[in-house]
Design a protein around this ligand. Structure first.
Ligand code: DGL
Length: 269
């Protein structure tokens, strides 16, 4: 990768690739470096203190790996508890996914309940309800922790009976006036079709990936537009072969072997 500053992106694992895909679609000439902390996934079941520490490790690792112009926290759990800490400690803009997800939900609701499927950490934080209130939403917001969906996605179990039963269980007691389900974990858009089939066609199923990419594009302006296609590096803290295989499925294109690198976060952070 050239010496020009890249966009840094991180998540606990492979789920943040759903945000990376939207970023690449919106900003095709930007260089991007993605870090999936696959050695320590999941984050959603951990305490806020631990998630903040992991987030700082990840940000420092990315900054040592490449010059960065902006950092995207492609993880709702980290965005819910660590965004302020990261912003206070870094000199580059830091963009999270919760506020963009809330904006997507607000655009889709017709006045019913907004239901958020998320990790336990995001649910506990109340971050979506706060973000929606901050945007002026006065209706009901309910949040359901759906932690089993994270390992299903990391395993590539994206269709069929098992994910369907799990989603049915998590969605079983949603209020009857629910008109929006927010996929409040960056892993969950990989299960969008399953969620949509369970909640039915009358409910909008949304996530914050596209709105996050729009926010990044607005912050960066036209930088890099018209240039050659941006380059991509994918860093993982464990199991690079999983990123090589599933990463291609998530991003919808084949990945050259050399763009996936295993790194030791302890050594670099
Ligand atoms: N993809 C992450 C999120 O958006 C976290 C999943 C996990 O590690 O538990 O919350």
């Amino acid at each position: 990768m050239s010496g020009r500053p890249a966009i840094g992106v991180f998540d606990s694992g492979l789920g943040g690739l759903t945000v990376l895909k939207a970023l690449q679609a919106a900003l095709p000439s930007e260089d991007m470096v993605y870090l999936g902390d696959t050695a320590r996934v999941p984050y959603g079941t951990r305490s806020a203190e631990t998630v903040i520490r992991y987030a700082q490790n990840n940000a420092r690792t990315l900054l040592k790996t490449a010059p960065l112009k902006l950092l995207v926290v492609a993880c709702n759990t980290v965005s819910a508890v660590a965004l302020d800490t990261l912003r206070a400690s870094l000199s580059i803009p830091v963009v999270g996914v919760i506020e963009p997800g809330a904006r997507a939900a607000l655009a889709a609701t017709r006045g019913g309940t907004i239901a958020v499927l998320a990790t336990a950490g995001t649910t506990r934080s109340g971050a979506y309800a706060s973000a929606l209130a901050g945007l002026g939403f006065t209706g009901q917001v309910v949040s359901r922790a759906a932690p089993l969906l994270v390992p299903l996605v990391e395993e590539g179990w994206l269709t069929g009976e098992v994910p369907t039963r799990v989603v049915e269980r998590y969605a079983q007691d949603l209020p009857t006036d629910t008109d929006v389900v927010v996929l409040g974990c960056t892993h969950f858009p990989l299960l969008r079709d399953v969620v949509q089939a369970v909640v039915g066609p009358g409910v909008a199923v949304v996530d914050g990936a596209a709105a996050t990419a729009t926010e990044v594009k607005t912050l960066l302006g036209d930088s890099g537009s018209g240039a050659a296609p941006g380059r991509l590096r994918l860093l993982v803290t464990d199991a690079p072969e999983q990123m090589q295989g599933l990463g291609a499925v998530f991003l919808g294109r084949s990945l050259p072997q050399e763009c996936v690198e295993a790194i030791d976060i302890e050594m670099t952070a």
